[in-house]
Design a protein around this ligand. Structure first.
Ligand code: ARG
Length: 479
């Protein structure tokens, strides 16, 4: 009995209980295995809270000082590994308070004045999230820079453009790369939106109703670098939109990388043989000695499934939960931390891997299909005044008769063209070149070398302008 009582006493909420917690319940309810990642953010939140309690005279100056010193020591011992949190104490938040109290004595219990674990968890998670979102944005920019550099070094190289995975029209390889730079820019702006919307302090909402103690939430917000304070205490502790939005932005980013990966897998296959990846980013087969597999790309495609799954998990956890906090919400951390870690790993490896990508010019050229120039012939007729639908029909007929004769478009003579439509002049034959085709696509956002060159320099400017934009924007976990 004595032992049981002692077991319960160790728990911060233990006094109401006469029986010890079943050990299965302890392991079932603990979240330390995932939330110890929040340690430094939780300590940062507690520091600001204690400073505010001191300022508002809820704590004496001496008490505040003792608690701040204690929190420093908790941080130090956590980082050095001298102190190891205990899963029996449920989560990182309870662990920190317990260890703090062990270090500073009874006054440690005062750190939780005017605070609940509900607003404490929301705050630590939000600080963590904002810190990670900034890292993701910076990593996105790094991958963008690599792609822009690659686009610059392959400037002028003609590549095959596809629709339905059938050769469609010739393009510049750089144009293809810059398509991904645009996608990544939308990803980045989604993460920037998240920073904007999460710029709100949760702490001070209490368990759900606020507190009767005279706190100063605006002061805490300032210390933690939030520009706003949440407006409804119930919404504050019941809200996980920030995590869901982040998981969604991660899923979309994953989808983009998964598409890029699919292209890398196709293009490195011997059937295409358009590109080569650096050997150090490929792996071999344990049985087939000739194999060099694009595993990084394949795994990125696979990991994107996890990113979608995490988003679904979070949405499903929150669906149907009555206000305000419910313990279900503890299940939010695993999926969001996994999404963040997965996205960071993808960005880090692509930054490195894409630098070593090589295009096999000859192979691409060999496989470029003349029929990809058919639209250029149709547009020629449109320029001569023929309605597009009619031009489409004329060139369709020409393609079909050329195919029947087992010829290529480039085998056609001026006379053949003239026969298809008398609008074809002598110069029409010159259209039958991939380079001319690409050069003709001078519309805004098209693949002409002039447009692509302009976009390379636009991206270079944009990317250099952003340097340093996020320095000090969010509080990092550390002091
Ligand atoms: N580890 C928990 C979580 O992440 C802490 C919150 C517990 N709150 C409570 N009222 N029991 O959600």
């Amino acid at each position: 009995m004595k032992k049981k009582k002692k077991n319960q006493k160790k728990k911060l909420w233990g006094s109401r209980f006469s029986k010890p917690t079943h050990e299965l319940v302890e392991s079932f309810t603990e979240s330390l295995s995932v939330d110890s990642q929040l340690a430094l953010f939780d300590i940062a939140g507690s520091r600001a809270h204690v400073k505010m309690l001191g300022k508002c005279k809820i704590l004496s100056q001496k008490e505040a000082k003792t608690l701040l010193g204690g929190l420093d020591k908790v941080e130090k011992d956590f980082l050095s590994g001298k102190w190891k949190p205990n899963p029996k104490l449920e989560d990182i938040h309870m662990n920190i308070e317990t260890y703090l109290t062990k270090l500073v004595g009874e006054v440690g219990g005062k750190v939780h004045s005017a605070r609940s674990r509900n607003d404490q968890v929301a705050t630590a998670t939000r600080l963590f999230l904002r810190h990670e979102v900034v890292s993701i944005i910076l990593l996105i920019e790094r991958v963008q820079s690599v792609l822009v550099k690659l686009a610059e070094s392959y400037y002028g190289v003609v590549f095959s453009g596809y629709t339905h995975l059938q050769q469609a029209q010739p393009i510049l390889f750089s144009h293809h790369l810059l398509a991904y730079v645009s996608m990544l820019d939308r990803d980045k702006s989604r993460f920037e939106d998240i920073l904007e919307r999460t710029d709100v302090l949760p702490l001070g909402a209490g368990a759900m109703a606020g507190t009767s103690l005279p706190i100063d939430r605006e002061y805490v917000a300032k210390l933690l670098k939030f520009s706003k304070v949440s407006e409804n205490s119930m919404d504050t502790v019941a809200d996980r939109d920030d995590l869901i939005e982040t998981a969604s932005a991660c899923a979309i980013l994953g989808m983009h990388f998964s598409r890029m990966s699919e292209e890398l897998v196709l293009w490195t296959s011997s059937e295409f043989n358009y590109i080569e990846l650096d050997e150090s980013f490929c792996t071999g087969s344990s049985i087939m000695p000739q194999k060099m597999n694009p595993d990084v790309a394949e795994l990125t495609r696979g990991k994107t499934g996890r990113l979608y799954g995490n988003l679904m998990t979070l949405l499903t956890i929150m669906k149907g939960l009555p206000l305000a906090y419910n313990r279900d919400m503890q299940e939010d951390k695993g999926p969001i931390m996994d999404s963040i870690a997965t996205v960071k790993a993808i960005l880090e490896i692509f930054e490195q891997m894409m630098q070593g990508l090589k295009v096999n010019h000859d192979e691409v050229h060999l496989k470029l299909n003349d029929f990809a120039l058919a639209t250029d012939l149709a547009e020629y007729l449109v320029k001569k005044g023929m309605p597009f639908r009619q031009a489409h029909g004329v060139i369709g007929g020409l393609v079909s008769s050329t195919l029947l004769e087992r010829k290529q478009l480039r085998d056609l003579t001026s006379a053949d063209l003239k026969q298809a439509s008398k609008l074809f002049g002598k110069e029409a034959k010159d259209l039958l070149s991939f380079r001319t085709s690409v050069e003709g696509k001078a519309s805004l956002g098209g693949t002409s070398p002039k447009e692509v060159k302009k976009m390379i320099s636009v991206w270079k400017k944009r990317l250099s302008k952003n340097k340093g934009k996020y320095n000090g924007k969010c509080l990092s976990g550390k002091k």
